[in-house]
Design a protein around this ligand. Structure first.
Ligand code: FMN
Length: 399
């Protein structure tokens, strides 16, 4: 396997202060390994296509190991500062909540020129990852809905990858992520923004107030730990509990956003959203959070059936529908971003717009900026294309 042939990435290269890390990143457990559920499809895929994350290994193992890159660090073009969320940033391009679960992942990508760095969603308590597989490549058959099929093996261009994930929003314990985050924040360069994604971990009987308090607790901790901005994850397609699709409940979302705002003061707040089932709901939501949040990040994955070639759900019967992302959602994301921008302009809302969905080429980001994005983020593609920020800066130093 590719990763086994390469040494792990070292943090603390020339761009960063070489301080040694204060926290030992011993994690929850290696859940899923040794269960016989290793994913042979992805093992073969990784043989033919580079991936910094090894989907045949558990999430915990990947967290400790860090991204596996080849070659020397790229030379990152120097570009002027701009503003996003009222803050000076080196570029309005970066990574969405997903492949940066700790400093071991976040700092190497910062060093590759990604300036908006979203820390994968954290919780107020440790949460194990779902068993393997957690991440598979898929073919959507050229359709925008209906089932997608696991690809075995991937033969095409990595820029055309669509994939599906089912992690269940795992989290380190707050003791671990708070210390790790504090350390990472001190390593970033001028103009690099660490955005921390947070979510609640409700018990089945929790009220909206309790959920809001749990969101606020995490957000407050993240700010204490050096977050430059907070992202409240109001949308996760792969959890069945109340935190999964809060954005479709406008009143509850407002309550959550109010509580977070009270906990974080003036720190910029983004809201991570999925695709709205109807435009009327989208308009109602945007109007309701205007003045409370600073912006929205959209979209999260699109939920579809994810099947193996023999029709069996690849993530198990309980997760027949899971989050699909990458190339397959790009066109619909451009359209969603355009519609959200239209509402923001028409209603004079003071919300910034971070767009995410299927960006793996310069022209993909161009399409999203043209549709009205203030910033463009990548979820999955930097795992396959770690040089993407350098490409973007070469083509568009003004971004
Ligand atoms: C490995 C992986 C893990 C993810 N985990 C999270 C998460 O914890 N929280 C979140 O809001 N979105 C998460 N996402 C979704 C991404 O932020 C993004 O919305 C989605 O991948 C679509 O972007 P893309 O088409 O560029 O991949 C994850 C995505 C990937 C690939």
């Amino acid at each position: 396997m590719l990763g086994d042939k390469l040494g792990p990435e070292r943090v603390g290269g020339s761009l960063f202060r070489g301080d040694s890390h204060p926290v030992e990143l011993v994690v929850l457990s290696f859940a899923g390994e040794g269960t016989g559920r290793l994913n042979p499809v992805f093992l073969r895929v990784c043989n033919s296509m580079f991936c910094a994350y090894d989907p045949a290994l558990s999430w915990e193992h990947n967290c400790i190991r860090g991204p596996q890159f080849y070659g020397a660090d790229p030379v990152v073009p120097s570009v002027p500062l701009k503003r996003f969320l009222g803050l000076p940033v080196r570029s309005r391009f970066g990574i969405a909540a997903g492949i940066l679960p700790n400093s071991t992942w976040l700092l190497p990508y910062a060093r590759r020129g990604f300036d908006l760095l979203t820390w994968k969603t954290v919780r107020s308590r440790a949460r194990a990852c779902y068993p393997l597989p957690n991440w598979v490549l898929v073919d959507d058959g050229g359709r925008g809905d209906g089932p997608v099929t696991v690809v075995d093996p991937w033969q095409g261009d990595p820029r055309d990858v669509s994939s599906a994930v089912c992690f269940g929003m795992p989290s380190f314990s707050p003791v671990q992520w708070r210390a790790d985050m504090r350390w990472a924040a001190g390593q970033l360069l001028e103009g690099q923004l660490m955005i921390v994604s947070v979510v609640a971990s409700p018990e089945p009987d929790w009220s909206v107030e309790q959920i809001a308090d749990d969101f606020a607790l995490c957000a407050g901790w993240a700010v204490e730990s050096g977050a430059g901005a907070i992202e409240a994850n109001l949308s996760c397609p792969n959890v069945c509990s109340a935190e999964g699709s809060l954005y479709c409940d406008v009143l509850s979302s407002v309550r959550v956003v109010q509580r977070i705002r009270a906990a974080i003061g003036e720190v910029p707040l983004l809201l991570k959203l999925g695709v709205f089932p109807a435009d009327e709901l989208m308009v109602e939501f945007l109007r309701a959070v205007n003045g409370l949040a600073n912006g929205v990040t959209l979209v999260n994955c699109v939920t579809r059936e994810v099947l193996r070639g023999d029709g069996v759900p690849v993530f198990g019967e309980g997760y027949r529908r899971a989050g699909v992302l990458g190339r397959s959602i790009h066109r619909s994301t451009v359209s969603t971003v355009g519609r959200v921008r239209e509402v923001i302009m028409r209603d004079g809302l003071s919300l910034e717009l971070a767009a995410v969905g299927g960006v793996s080429r310069v022209c993909d980001a161009e399409a999203l900026f043209a549709a009205g994005a203030d910033a463009v983020l990548c979820g999955s593609s930097p795992a396959f294309l770690p040089g993407l920020a350098v490409e973007m800066k070469q083509a568009h130093p003004e971004w």
